[in-house]
Write a protein that binds this ligand. Structure first.
Ligand code: ADP
Length: 446
């Protein structure tokens, strides 16, 4: 097992990783920008190193500074959290060259899955069902017309390097192809330095359902069921739940089995998420995330398994000590992403947190790094906390969520807490009847 881990992240996820390390008896090193001197992850870590000025390009994405911090402190491994360097294959390779363990998959697996065209091809080869679409990259507008015509409208033009919903354009008919194709290419070039795009059938009312996997790189893999992340705004998840209200146990076992078998065959190491759109009883692969996800706690709540500790164990070279039969799914969990944003306009609301009171009681978990007197810097993501609630049934979970939201007080900045309170008054939410377009439509209409 590792003795000392550097956490190359900030905010709630840095704290999440720190907690897992501490329970395993592993020493922790925090890194931080000059804007984060007073951050909770810095206060709680055993040691900390300042790695640069506020902009993330000069601090949390500064690979030489992070490698130096490992060398200065003697950290043998790096946990990247999510975002920042978590899916940067070059970072994984550089750590490897320096004899530092990257707590995550190999650079090669990150690279394959980071290129969506390559990821889709790999998924198909491994027997995972995919969204119908172009055979690889679409290099010209003329080819885009042909593919869309053959497949039928509407279609989605997607960036191979895409992420966070960027470089994704809808074309409802042939008239819209030129614009959609050119914009997707330009946007992708600007955001990712790569203009390769491909085309997919646009699904009208799917749910976003993702399967959590855990593998040891030694040929063993298990699945930890699914999360339903259909409630999205601008392709960004807002509320996630496990299990999905749309699946039954047989469907779960079937798709979970397909994914676990594929991941074992790939020789993958670490945690990963295979994302699908789900419509009319069919699953369609869209991408794989080769890291821990923001919404991982809902899976932990229904399985009792600490995903970060498992990540650290397999990164240490230990074989998986769980078989599929050891894993059972009990109850229901929901996560609400609390952002420092105006709950109506979603404009960021950084600033000083004057007071915080977090909810508690049975089945309530808060993953957050804010405290009274803390100033939320304007440079980073607006996620300031995650409220995760567990119940024996979905209904109990919803009642508890309503109760917990009512207790949650954050003063000084605006937060998205009121949005979740409004959502809990909606019959579609209470009944679990929503698809990936539901929230956008609700926000337009209300
Ligand atoms: P990103 O990596 O940018 O997040 P994804 O491929 O994961 O892109 O897709 C993000 C979201 O975009 C999905 O959760 C879904 O809401 C929507 N989406 C992606 N592909 C399709 C599709 N073929 N049809 C309809 N919606 C889609």
């Amino acid at each position: 097992m590792l003795d000392k881990v550097l956490i190359a992240n900030r905010g709630e996820i840095a704290l999440r990783v720190l907690r897992a390390c501490r329970e395993l008896g592993i020493a922790t090193v925090a890194v931080h920008s000059t804007a984060d001197e007073n951050a909770m992850h810095v206060r709680l870590a055993d040691e900390s190193v300042c790695i640069g000025p506020p902009p993330s390009a000069h601090s949390y994405l500064n690979i030489p500074a992070i490698v130096s911090a490992c060398e200065i402190t003697g950290a043998e491994a790096v946990h990247p959290g999510y975002g920042f360097l978590a899916e940067n294959a070059r970072f994984a390779d550089i750590l490897d060259e320096h004899g530092i363990t990257f707590i995550g998959p190999s650079g090669e697996h990150i690279r394959t899955m980071g290129d969506k065209i390559e990821a889709k091809r790999t998924a198909m080869e491994l027997g995972i069902p995919v969204v119908p679409g172009s055979d690889g990259a679409v290099d010209t507008v003329a080819e885009a017309h042909k593919v869309a015509e053959d497949m039928g409208y509407p279609v989605l033009i997607k960036a191979s390097a895409g992420g966070g919903g960027r470089g994704m354009k809808l074309a409802a008919s042939a008239d819209e192809i030129d614009d959609a194709y050119n914009t997707a290419r330009t946007e992708s070039q600007a955001a990712f330095g790569d203009d390769a795009v491909y085309i997919e059938k646009y699904l009208g009312q799917p749910r976003h359902i993702e399967v959590q996997v855990l593998a040891d790189g030694q040929g063993h893999a298990v699945h930890l069921a699914e999360r339903d992340c259909s409630l999205q705004r601008r392709h960004q998840k807002v509320w996630e739940e496990a299990l999905s209200p749309a699946l039954n146990a047989d469907q779960r076992a079937e798709i979970g089995g397909i994914v676990a078998t594929a991941i074992a065959k790939l020789g993958y190491r670490g945690v990963g998420t295979v994302e699908f759109l789900y419509e009319n009883g069919e699953f369609y692969f869209i991408e794989m995330n080769t890291r821990l996800q923001v919404e991982h706690p809902v899976t932990e709540m229904i399985t009792g398994i600490d995903l970060v500790q498992e990540q650290i164990r397999v990164a240490s070279g230990l074989p998986l000590n769980l078989t599929q039969d050891d894993i059972s799914f009990a109850g229901h969990a929901i996560e609400c992403r609390i952002n420092a944003e105006d709950p109506e306009t979603f404009t960021p609301s950084p600033g000083r947190v004057e007071a915080v009171h977090v909810p508690g009681g049975l089945g309530v978990r808060i993953d957050s790094a804010i405290y009274a007197g803390y100033s939320i810097p304007p440079y980073y993501d607006s996620l300031i906390g995650k409220l995760i609630v567990f119940g024996k049934t979905r209904n109990e979970c919803l009642m508890r969520l309503r109760r917990a939201l009512g207790e949650y007080v954050i003063e000084g900045v605006s937060t998205t807490i009121p949005l979740f309170q409004r959502l809990l008054a909606e019959p579609a939410i209470m009944d679990g009847r929503y698809d990936i377009h539901w929230l956008e439509k609700y926000l337009e209409d209300n």
